[in-house]
Structure formats: structure tokens, C-alpha cells
Design a binder for this molecule. Structure first.
Ligand SMILES: Nc1ncnc2c1ncn2[C@@H]1O[C@H](COP(=O)(O)OP(=O)(O)OP(=O)(O)O)[C@@H](O)[C@H]1O
Length: 762
């Protein structure tokens, strides 16, 4: 930004001079003057592009916000130079991260911001550069707090809350004093309100009304070389920090502020405080050089959401103007970032004033301020996007050309001389107070004008004739015009009324739209919750239906179970009676078979006894016979022995007789043996027969026994099979009933869990 105040009117008259004060000529003259020495003509320096530095400062929650527990959506990481914004988009937590050249969180102190970010900029000013620091952000986020500070500084002492401006002033003076250099410091302080520039340092004209005083306008012009000239802007020479502070307070008090919903002391205008420093440098040969640097400190009005700031009518128009100029600033930033052929600087006075700071030769630093509150999320995101884009703006900072002191002094002296002549003429004469030389010059100009006037008079008489002709025409036209005018007046009144109604309507329309939107959102929320309720009710109904169905099925299962149990009971009973019957039958059969067997056994016993008795008799008879035979045999053997002896004694005479007797005896023995054998055979046969009989009887008894046993076995098998099948059936039924009961138990517990869950959710 190169703001060039018009020096023709003032320049620090009446202020006590410093030990070595000097005043600089108009900067526009400096640029064009061929006598100036370009001591800084360093090509590399010229072509060096630097990005605009962007800092981000997040203010702490205000006392009111803390009391209301307003949630924070911003978190700052000063170390990483990052700011993250937490957003809730469609029920999703989304974090957006922005990176800046420096980030200062809510706890950052005024001093640390200044030392880290602004002090190096001020050093550049003292090195002969033009620098701009401007604060940008939503209303109430701390732009004025950052630039000017919280509380006013007492005397020359800086308080902890002192902002960028008082600290920069202090640094400039401290450094100049430390350098022990000859210097001059001048300041301007202007306000841009509703596209009108006013001088905040202009002395108050007590003859005017308060309203007129406040609205003393400054015209903004261009010198044809792209430099902005502010005609009528007071440039005050200052010699101490305190002087600047009092000027600042004076100017700040004149700034337009208002109480809005978002800031009790909201600045309604943009303000630019400019400090111009001229420093005498060490002589190069005979030449003494003057270095010039300029620091522009800009506090922009806050961008605001008109409905949220509660601005109405005049305030709303004012906010509209603020937003319009900031919008143009945004368009300029966009055009610079996109390297557009046309940069719309001329679209607002703000961008015309900041032209050199955005894409020009100035070193620029933007402090973007944001609030951490969730209520400011939309504006915060817009500020962060804005500031992020601004990081890409490239400036080509160039140090101001140094001037030789001789040239500067010559210019100053001639300026002073001209002013002195004016003062002298004013003191000495009455009437016209101008020097003779200028009087002669003006007389010649007057003569030329007179000649011109005569010629013009001739032209005028000719024209007058023409005018007469036209006058008639004009009169008729006039009458028509009067008619039209009265109509127009009516129309204007109507139009004004319509405009007023339109504005009212627009306002009420806007209000209605916002109310409608709010209502729509409430209705849509209600609809959504109604739908979800209906959905829940439907789900509950289906759940209840399924539950009642389950309960019915449970009941039917219980009935079935009862039925089965009754059936089982009756089955058990019939089985019991059946079993009882069968067991009785078995018992009877067993008893019958036992008695039969006993009978058989008794019969067998008897039979066997009789058989044994007969056998005993037969054996005894056989034994007696055998005994007899043995005796007979023994007697025969003895007889034979006797005979043999007799025979032996009779010798061989009786041999034949003996032989015959022997053969008789042998035959008798043989016969006896045959009969004995036959008898033995008979006995054996009898024994055999009786044994066979016994065998057959025993076989018969055994068969009968076997059959009886078989029958009882079969009936016992049948009974056991039936018992087994009955118990299997019983077991099967019981397991079925158990599984049914288990299933129903699981189902019921699942349903109960579901119900519980559903009721918990609701
Ligand atoms: N970093 C901070 N620390 C403490 N208080 C702050 C801070 N920033 C701002 N504030 C306080 O917040 C309030 C609003 O600040 P300020 O007036 O500076 O906002 P602004 O951005 O200039 O608003 P507007 O654009 O409406 O002028 C003031 O009371 C100020 O003291």
C-alpha cells in the first residue's frame, strides 16, 4: 500500500521540532525525480517474490460463552502451525486442517504474537521497505484487540494487553533512538466507512456541527502511475511515543463503533494507521542519503452474518457495505491467486487503498482472527478458506529508493518558502493575501481569460438567439415537463413508499424465509422423528404379534404337552394293568408249570423208585443167581478139580469118561453160561428198556418243561419287549417334551432379551 497524503495543506506546522528534524517531500515526486539516486538498485532483490505471510489467531471463549458452556470447534497446534476444525456432517465427525505461517491459540499473549510475527516486519520498515499488517476476520473475533489492544496504555508504558500498533510505535522509536540517527516520523490515520474516507486525525472544526466534523471527506485519486493519492489527508509529524499514543486515542475515539449482538464495541469501518519513517544514513562521499519506510496497520471491519449480528435497517445497510468491500477484497485475492489478467482493485475503495499490499511492492502480513465457538463455525470456515487462499498471493517487495539529503532539503526549502510567502502575504496585507509574483501571474491569466470571455460573449449572443428559439420550444417543453415532473413526483413518492414497503417486505421476507427454514427444519426433524416412531411402533407391533403368536404356540405346546402327559399317564396306567395282567398270567403259568413239574418230578421219582426197586430186585436175583452160579462154578471147578484129581488118579482109563463128563460138564457150563448170558442179556435188555423208557419219560418231561419254559420265556420276552418299547416310547415322548420345552424356553428368553433391548433403546 502506498498511501500518499497531499502535503499542500498542512505538514506538522506548530509542532516543536526535534533535535535534527527534517520533512520528506511528497513520495510521488520522489519516484519521478531523475535526480534521485537509486542506491538500492539490486536486481535480485527486485525480482524476488515473497508470499504474503498469513498468521492465524484464535481468541479464547468470552465470559458469556464460557458461562453458557458453548462447545469449541477449533483446536490450534502452534508447534505444527495447524488449525483443525471439527465439523459434524451428516452425523459424521469430520476434521478439516489448515496450515498457516504461524498459529496462535487462545492462550497466546499480545507480546508473544508481536515478538514472533510483527517485530521482524517493523525491522523491514526501518530497512526502507513498505510493509502492511492487516487484521481480517468475523466480527467480534479480536481484530481491534490484536491491532490496538485491550486496555489503553498509560503514558509511555505498554500494558500486557497492548496490541500491534502501540508496540510497533514503541519499537520504531526505540530502534531509531538506539541508532542515534536523524529521523522523522509521520503518521496518518484514516477510516473507510460506507465507501467514504475520513481523516481521523483532522483537527476538529468547532464551527461545524458534530455530524459535519465527522464526515470531512478525503478524495482518493491516482497519480497516473498506479499510486494512490489521498487529497486532504492530514499527515502528522510526531516526535515521541506518547504523541503517537494520544493521536491514536484521538483517532480511535472518532472511529464508528456500535453495539451488535456479536460485539458490544463493534468497529463499523475499516481503519488504516500509517507510520512513515525517514532516516538519515551515513554519508556516501558528499551525499547524505535519506531512507524511507512505511508501515500500514489495518484494522478491517468484521465480516458478519447480518441476521446473527442482529443488524437492522441502517446497521444492516452498513453491514452490507462492509461485506461488499470484503467481498471485493476476496475477489482481488482470488484473482491474484489465480493469476487473472484483470485484478478488480478498482471495485472498492478498500482494495484501491490496499492495492500495493496485495500483489505489489509491499511486504504484507495478514492476521486472520477466528472464534473457537461452534456458533461461529460457518464464518470461521469462510475466514480460514479466505486466509488460506491469501497465503498464495505473491508480492515483489522493493526497498524505497534512497534520496540524497541535498535534493530533499532543496525540495523542502522551496515548499517552506512557498508557504512562508503565503503566510507573509497574509500577515501584511488586507484583502488579497498572495505574493506579487503570483499576483502578476494570476493577472496575466486573468487577461487571457478576459479575451477568452469576450470571444465567448460573441459566441454567447449568437447562441442567445438560438437560445430564444429554443426557449419557446423549451417553454412548451417546460409545461409538458412540469406535468411530467408532477407525475414523476407522484411516481417518486409512490416509488419511495414502494421502496420502503419493499425494504420492509424484503426484511420480513428474509425473516419469514429464515423462520420458514427453521420451521421446515423443525418439521423435517418432527417428520423424521414421527417416521422413526411409526417405524418403532410397527416394529413393536410385529414384535408383539410374533410374541403373541409365540405365546399362543407356547400355550398350544403346553396343551400338547399336557395332552401327551395325560396320554402317557393313561398309557402308563394301561401298561401297568397290562403288565399286571401279564405278570399274573406269567405267575399263573410259572405256578402251573411248577406244579406240573412237581407232579412230573413226583411221578418220575415214583417211577424211578419203582424202577430202582425192580432193578434192585433183579440185581439181587442176578446177584443170587451169580452167587449160585459162582457157587455152582466154584463147586463144579472143585468137582472138576476133584474129578481131575480122581481122573488123574484114575489115570487115563477114565480118560474118555472124564473127557465125556468134561465135555458134558463143558456143555453144561456152556449152556449155563449161555443161559446166564441170555438172562444177563434179558436183564440188560430190561434195564435198557427201562432206561429207554426213563429216557423217553425224561425227554418228554424235558420237552414239556422246555415248552413251558419256552412259553414263559416268550411271554416274558413279549412282556419285556413291551416294557422296553413302552419305556422307549416314554423316553422318546419325554425327550420330545423336553426339547419342546427347551426350545420354547430359548425362544421366550430370546424374545425377552429382544423386548428388553427394544424398550431400552426407546
Ligand atoms: N485474544 C483475546 N484475548 C482476550 N480477549 C479478546 C481476545 N480477542 C478478542 N477479545 C475480546 O473480544 C471482544 C471483541 O474483540 P474486538 O472488538 O477486538 O473484535 P473485532 O474483531 O475487532 O470485532 P469487530 O469486527 O466487530 O470490530 C473484545 O471484548 C475483546 O477484548
Amino acid at each position: 500500500m502506498s498511501l500518499t497524503p497531499d502535503l499542500s495543506k498542512k505538514v506538522g506546522l506548530g509542532i516543536a521540532p526535534s533535535p535534527n528534524p527534517f520533512l520528506t517531500p511528497r513520495p510521488e515526486r520522489r519516484r519521478t525525480d531523475p535526480r534521485m539516486v537509486d542506491w538500492n538498485s539490486n536486481r535480485q532483490d527486485r525480482d524476488k517474490e515473497t508470499n504474503v505471510q498469513v498468521l492465524l489467531r484464535c481468541r479464547p471463549l468470552s465470559d458469556d460463552e464460557q458461562r453458557l458452556n458453548v462447545p469449541k470447534v477449533i483446536s490450534c497446534n502452534e508447534h505444527k502451525r495447524e488449525v483443525s476444525v471439527s465439523q459434524n456432517l451428516a452425523n459424521k465427525q469430520v476434521d478439516r486442517i489448515f496450515t498457516f505461517d504461524k498459529v496462535f491459540g487462545p492462550k497466546a499473549q499480545q507480546r508473544s504474537i508481536y515478538d514472533q510475527a510483527i517485530a521482524p516486519v517493523v525491522n523491514e520498515v526501518l530497512d526502507g521497505f513498505n510493509c502492511t499488517v492487516f487484521a481480517y476476520g468475523q466480527t467480534g473475533t479480536g481484530k481491534t484487540y490484536t491491532m490496538e489492544g485491550g486496555r489503553r496504555n498509560k503514558g509511555g508504558d505498554l500494558t500486557a494487553e497492548a496490541g500491534v500498533i502501540p508496540r510497533a510505535v514503541r519499537q520504531i522509536f526505540d530502534m531509531l533512538e538506539a541508532q542515534n540517527a536523524d529521523y522523522s516520523v509521520k503518521v496518518t490515520f484514516l477510516e473507510l466507512y460506507n465507501e467514504e474516507i475520513t481523516d481521523l486525525l483532522a483537527p476538529e472544526d468547532n464551527s461545524r456541527s458534530t455530524e459535519d466534523r465527522q464526515k470531512k471527506p478525503i478524495s482518493l485519486m491516482e497519480d497516473g502511475k498506479g499510486c494512490v493519492v489521498l487529497r486532504g489527508l492530514e499527515e502528522e509529524a510526531v516526535y515521541s511515543v506518547n504523541e503517537i499514543h494520544s493521536l491514536l486515542e484521538q483517532g480511535a475515539a472518532k472511529r464508528r463503533t456500535a453495539d451488535t449482538l456479536l460485539n458490544k464495541h463493534s468497529s463499523r469501518s475499516h481503519s488504516i494507521f500509517t507510520i512513515t519513517v525517514h532516516i538519515k544514513e551515513a554519508a556516501v562521499g558528499d551525499e547524505e542519503l535519506i531512507k524511507c519506510g512505511k508501515l500500514n496497520l489495518v484494522d478491517l471491519a468484521g465480516s458478519e452474518n447480518i441476521s446473527r449480528s442482529g443488524a437492522r435497517e441502517g446497521r444492516a445497510r452498513e453491514a452490507g457495505e462492509i461485506n461488499k468491500s470484503l467481498l471485493t477484497l476476496g475477489r482481488v485475492i482470488n484473482a491474484l491467486v489465480e493469476h487473472s489478467a484483470h485484478i478488480p482493485y478498482r471495485d472498492s475503495k478498500l482494495t484501491r487503498l490496499l492495492r500495493d499490499s496485495l500483489g505489489g511492492k509491499t511486504k504484507t502480513c495478514i492476521i486472520a482472527t477466528v472464534s473457537p465457538s461452534v456458533h461461529c463455525l460457518e464464518e470461521t470456515l469462510s475466514t480460514l478458506d479466505y486466509a488460506c487462499r491469501a497465503k498464495n498471493i505473491k508480492n515483489k517487495p522493493e526497498a524505497n529508493q534512497k534520496m540524497s539529503k541535498a535534493v530533499l532539503l532543496k525540495d523542502l526549502y522551496s515548499e517552506i518558502e512557498r508557504m512562508k510567502q503565503d503566510v507573509r502575504a497574509a500577515r501584511e496585507k488586507n484583502g488579497v493575501y498572495i505574493p506579487l509574483e503570483r499576483f502578476a501571474k494570476e493577472e496575466a491569466e486573468k487577461k487571457a481569460s478576459k479575451e477568452k470571455i469576450e470571444q465567448l460573449e460573441n459566441d454567447l449572443s449568437l447562441s442567445e438567439k438560438q437560445v430564444d428559439r429554443f426557449r419557446e420550444l423549451y417553454l412548451t417543453e417546460q409545461e409538458q415537463k412540469l406535468d411530467v415532473e408532477s407525475e414523476l413526483k407522484d411516481c417518486k413518492i409512490n416509488l419511495e413508499n414502494s421502496n420502503k414497503t419493499l425494504l420492509d417486505l424484503q426484511e420480513s421476507y428474509r425473516l419469514a424465509i429464515t423462520m420458514l427454514k427453521e420451521k421446515e427444519s423443525i418439521i423435517s426433524k418432527l417428520l423424521r422423528s414421527e417416521n422413526s416412531l411409526i417405524q418403532c411402533a410397527k416394529e413393536l407391533r410385529t414384535n408383539l404379534q410374533s410374541a403373541s403368536e409365540d405365546i399362543a404356540s407356547l400355550f398350544s405346546k403346553l396343551d400338547q404337552k399336557d395332552r401327551m402327559e395325560a396320554e402317557n399317564q393313561s398309557m402308563v396306567l394301561t401298561f401297568g394293568s397290562h403288565l399286571d395282567q401279564r405278570l399274573k398270567d406269567l405267575h399263573r403259568t410259572v405256578l402251573g408249570s411248577v406244579s406240573q413239574q412237581q407232579q412230573y418230578l413226583r411221578y418220575m421219582e415214583e417211577h424211578v423208585c419203582s424202577y430202582l426197586a425192580s432193578k434192585c430186585d433183579a440185581t439181587q436175583a442176578l446177584e443170587s443167581r451169580i452167587t449160585k452160579m459162582t457157587e455152582t462154578y466154584t463147586s463144579g471147578v472143585a468137582t472138576l478139580k476133584d474129578l481131575a484129581n480122581a481122573l488123574q488118579r484114575k489115570a487115563s482109563s477114565d480118560l474118555e469118561q472124564i473127557n465125556s463128563t468134561i465135555s458134558l460138564q463143558a456143555t453144561a457150563v456152556e449152556n449155563f453160561l449161555v443161559t446166564a448170558v441170555l438172562e444177563a442179556k434179558e436183564v440188560i435188555c430190561d434195564i435198557q428198556n427201562s432206561l429207554d423208557e426213563q429216557k423217553q419219560l425224561l425227554a418228554f418231561f424235558t420237552r414239556q418243561q422246555e415248552e413251558g419254559l419256552q412259553r414263559s420265556l416268550v411271554s416274558a420276552q413279549v412282556i419285556s419287549k413291551e416294557t422296553v418299547s413302552f419305556f422307549n416310547n416314554l423316553h422318546h415322548h419325554a425327550s420330545k417334551v423336553m426339547t419342546v420345552l427347551d426350545e420354547s424356553q430359548i425362544q421366550r428368553s430370546n424374545q425377552l432379551i429382544k423386548f428388553e433391548k427394544m424398550f431400552k433403546v426407546r
